[in-house]
Design a protein around this ligand. Sequence first.
Ligand code: SF4
Length: 446
Amino acid sequence: MPTVTPLSRPAQHWIPFNDERAECRLCPRHCRPKNDRMGFCGVRGTVKGEIRSFNYGQSLAATEEIIETEAVNHFSPGARILSMGNVGCMMACSFCQNWETSQIQHLDHKIVRHYTPEQLVEMCLENDIPIISWTYNDPVVWHEFVVKTSTLAQKNGIKTLYKSAFYIEEAPVNELLECIDIFSLSLKSLNAEFYQKHTKAKLQPVLERIKQIADSGAYLELSQLVIPELNDQDEDIEQTIDWVIENVGADVPLHFVAFHPAYQYTHVERTDITTLKRARKLALAKGMTHIYLGNAYEADLNNTACQSCGTVLVKRYGLHATLQNLDKHSCCTQCGTQSPIIEPMINKPLSIQKTPTTKQLQINWTDEVQSAHILQSKGNGGKDSLLIHSLNDEFTVVKELSKRLDRFIVSRRSDKETGIIISWDSDCEYQPLEVLDRAHYPVSFL
Ligand code: SF4
């Protein structure tokens, strides 16, 4: 039952409806909750005839990830991002990969934290994280907080990324265009019936908003979750490809993403890699130029190559990306051709004074789990240094956490790597949480 609390805020994008109700105009659902009732998303409701936001700054734990986690491959490959998710959603996909937080009726409020815009910007600055990403459940439903924080982030030199299913109205999108640098938008299908039945949303507004972003010239990548028995036939995939080519262009990066069984859609297996490869073949045959496969761990599957001479410019494995053969103007060093890569940046190397050895945590990769969130389950209120060492490969990386950032992603780096060992010396404790899908936020009740 919504009531005015110190954490609730007046919402934007609504109109009075009658004495008892207001109409929310943030997403095309146009809910008209009665006084003291919530709308469909469960986080915006009517109090005394006005729509208020009940999740302003109420968030999942901020998590350091890699930009490839967000189905973004051509903007600063390999960049560290601060991923921010919240609770509630304006859709209700039967196959939701983050249903424990998006479908609010299932939420355990013990996992919710509260951040201010200033705290998030400081967290990025003190951890040298160049991009803040609005992601997981869906950023549409905490619009006011996203706009305020993104505006502040940009003023402080931090880029902003918006990953969404984009069931949203035109006016709020105009506000996003003022404060978001990178859009990563997902289409579920080109079938209106599919949207209605499996997402409880309408297809047409999603298409119109994607077109709005494309027409604006803002940076855009697109993705489609490929779900066994729902949208994995050639006809389904070709419909998406045809619409993208006609409305956005053949050069937009398009990601076909593997699904893992979740929420109400658990009777099928994960999407097979051969299905994703078939989708890519169809897209390339129709003239698309940059097709990537998400949630797929295989050497050289997702590299970005020079369009002229074929030289590999970005080498990828899973979520990891390494720049190669690119000069500072994003041109191929072999033939000079301009690449599609925007703002190539190299993450600032972190140094560690001595090699930690006292405590260790080992994670073994399996076919099901090839990345994990590492959560600091007991902190020391200050900075901590960890060493991440690859099993069966030559890789070692140093990680530093500030007192406010206590969660980060680790991910398999090669076919050879069978697992990792994390070492540290402090009195902190760390817990691994399995990530089943790159968009998945594993919950912990610590
Ligand atoms: S944002 Fe929430 S309350 Fe507003 S129209 Fe959409 S589902 Fe309804």
